[in-house]
Design a binder for this molecule. Structure first.
Ligand code: AGP
Length: 608
């Protein structure tokens, strides 16, 4: 995610802001910038790359004198990493400066209207529309301008704003992206997260949605989006700095598991407009979509697992032949390329060597390549013909969670888009599926509240040497990911197995006490999965089943049952993976391992 830091008070602002941004570096970014009021004008400096570059350019802030300013570390979403796309953004008159964390979902329409009014855009960012809207609505009263913008903008934002006419104030506003206000004897602060200001103050205000703050060196006033003053109470932060970087979570992995509702919402919401799937930002026309006769998904690790789910939903809903392949295998099996095939490369980092090589191979044989990527401007994103960004934000833990969940959400959107274009499902079925899709983030939030039950179960299996995950169909795809999560952070051997395949050999490994986790969310396959549970139990296995709330009878045949809420069958994986991510996390935690940095692993495998 982007990081915001701002200060107004008795001290020089720039060094405080740069220090605050340095404490937000863990959030991941690709450029940085700062704007300070120097007594006459707003002066700004921006730089692509590490914060150190900006620090050197400004001599740690010495070249930007002034006691009021805002700063930003940018994680690119709209527009590649560059100086011009870095924040802050200023209007042509250099009278308003804005830093933004979040996604403006209706920025394209807003940009078009502003351009028709004659506003010139310098960057590719969604944020820049905010600067020109504030300019349009500003007639001397910053609050009035901010309120009008908030009433017209859709999406998520945490904002820091400077108005040249009001040099003794900085302004902040928030919707869905976190923003806090700090206060101390030296002044007032705005920040995306606690670490940025913890060394100056432990007294913070958490801004709520659609609140505005006006900070002077000695006072902070809060308003709602209708301009009415509101009273807020400060909170005292008792975390240490390391805990604060993880938002109070013990590890980034748990923080990122909890970020999944927001990440999925950010990935799907901007692509659902007026009851339809809008993928217009992807450089593939509807006619091209219709012309594809086959899809080949190529990836590694968890990204490959998301592709296994992708294949199920694409074939089930869009009725388009789909294959999925490990990138390290695909590029060496001399695949048969067909120009009517769409090759989809999935990658969180966008730098995985095998996946990048597969992309180049497919393109060299005339195939169109779509990349589903989380890192904007990464190699795979740049070399693909078209890019579908997952907006999970930076993922710090080596074991992926939120990026994987956003990848499967991307496949849901693609499957619904293609199903609609190919008339493979009825409009009623499309509507039902779309309604279920938008409910997923809320259902995941509900599942996350069950963490104690999962931690309890996990703590009974810390010493286990072998764990089997079994399921059928999409449940099997899910088992692949759940098994990898457990292996990579707990170092326990585990296997994912198609439940119907066990009897063809592997069931010989079942003995008294073998732990089997059976996933049974697909109603059409439920009876058969239950029979597989009976098979392994009759050979002594201990079975933890994961099923939906309507199957309480599962308690008659499994030893322990975890329930998930109902959703449409193709989307069950998004819910079932949550308890299994938590299971892996708590087993690793219980074994005293470094959950975020497992042995032998790297976050991005840039070598073959
Ligand atoms: C997943 O938890 C692992 N970190 C690993 O399997 C990862 O998914 C794989 O290396 C692919 O990485 P990518 O998505 O960045 O291409």
């Amino acid at each position: 995610m982007c990081g915001i830091a701002g200060y107004i008070g008795k001290k020089q602002a720039a060094p405080i802001i740069l220090d605050g941004l340095s404490r937000l570096e863990y959030r991941g970014y690709d450029s940085a910038g700062i704007a300070v009021f120097d007594g006459e004008k707003i002066r700004m400096q921006k730089a692509t790359g590490r914060l150190r570059i900006l620090e050197e350019m400004t001599q740690h802030g010495a070249t930007l004198p002034g006691v009021a300013g805002i700063g930003h570390t940018r994680w690119a979403t709209h527009g590649s990493p560059s100086d011009v796309n870095a924040h802050p953004h200023m209007n042509e008159e250099n009278s308003i400066a804005v830093v933004h964390n979040g996604i403006i979902e209706n920025y394209a329409q807003l940009k078009q209207k502003l351009q028709q009014k004659g506003y010139k855009f310098a960057s590719e960012t969604d944020t820049e529309v905010l600067v020109h809207m504030l300019t349009e609505y500003y007639h001397g009263d910053p609050l009035e301008a901010i309120e009008k913008v908030m009433h017209r903008v859709e999406g998520s934002y945490a904002l820091g704003i400077l108005f040249l006419d009001h040099p003794h104030h900085i302004y902040a506003a928030r919707k869905d992206s976190p923003l806090i206000i700090g206060e101390s004897g030296e002044g007032r602060f705005i920040a995306s997260d606690v670490p940025a200001i913890l060394q100056y103050t432990r007294s913070v205000y958490y801004m709520e949605n659609e609140e505005i703050a006006c900070l002077s060196h000695a006072h902070t006033r809060f308003f709602n989006v209708d301009g009415e003053a509101i009273q807020k109470d400060p909170v005292t932060i008792d975390w240490d700095i390391h805990a604060a970087e993880k938002g109070g979570f013990e590890y980034f992995m748990l923080k990122e598991i909890y970020e999944q509702p927001r990440a999925i919402r950010d990935t799907i919401s901007p692509r659902i407009k007026n009851g339809a799937i809008d993928l217009s930002e992807i450089q593939i026309s509807d006619d091209e979509w219709k012309a594809f006769r086959k899809i080949t998904i190529v990836a590694c690790g968890s990204a490959y697992h998301s592709g296994v789910t992708g294949r199920y939903v694409l074939e089930d809903l869009a009725r388009i032949p789909t294959e999925v392949d490990l990138a390290s295998e695909y590029r060496y099996r001399n695949p048969i390329y067909d120009p009517d095939t769409l090759v989809i490369i999935v990658s969180q980092s966008g730098e995985t060597a095998d996946s990048l090589a597969a992309l180049r191979d497919a393109r060299s044989h005339g195939c169109k390549v779509l990349a589903i990527v989380n890192v904007v401007g990464s190699s795979i994103a740049r070399e693909a013909d078209a890019v579908f960004y997952t907006w999970a934000g930076p993922e710090i833990a080596v074991a992926t969670t939120k990026a994987y969940s956003c990848q499967i959400a991307a496949f849901y959107l693609l499957a619904l888009k293609l199903a609609s274009l190919r008339a493979a499902i009825t409009p009623e079925r499309f509507r039902t599926l779309l309604d279920a899709l938008v409910c997923l983030p809320g259902q995941i939030e509900g599942l996350l509240s069950q963490k104690e039950k999962i931690q309890f179960f996990a703590n009974h299996y810390l010493a286990t040497e072998h764990i089997f995950f079994i399921g059928r169909g999409i449940d099997y795809a899910l088992c692949l990911e759940a098994s990898l999560k457990l292996k990579e952070i707990s170092y326990i051997h585990s296997e994912a197995y198609a439940a119907g395949e066990l009897k063809h050999g592997t069931i010989s490994l079942m003995e008294n006490g073998t732990l089997v986790i059976a996933v049974a969310t697909q109603d059409s396959l439920y009876p058969k999965t239950v029979s597989n549970i009976v098979e392994v139990k009759s050979r002594g296995a201990f079975v933890m089943a994961l099923t939906t709330l309507q199957h309480q009878e599962m308690e008659k045949c499994a030893d322990y049952v975890l329930y998930i809420p109902e959703t449409e069958a193709p989307f069950m994986g998004s819910l079932a993976i949550i308890p299994l991510q938590l299971f892996a996390y708590y087993v690793s935690l219980g074994r005293g391992l470094d959950v975020d940095k497992p042995r032998n692993l790297a976050k991005s495998v840039t070598v073959e």
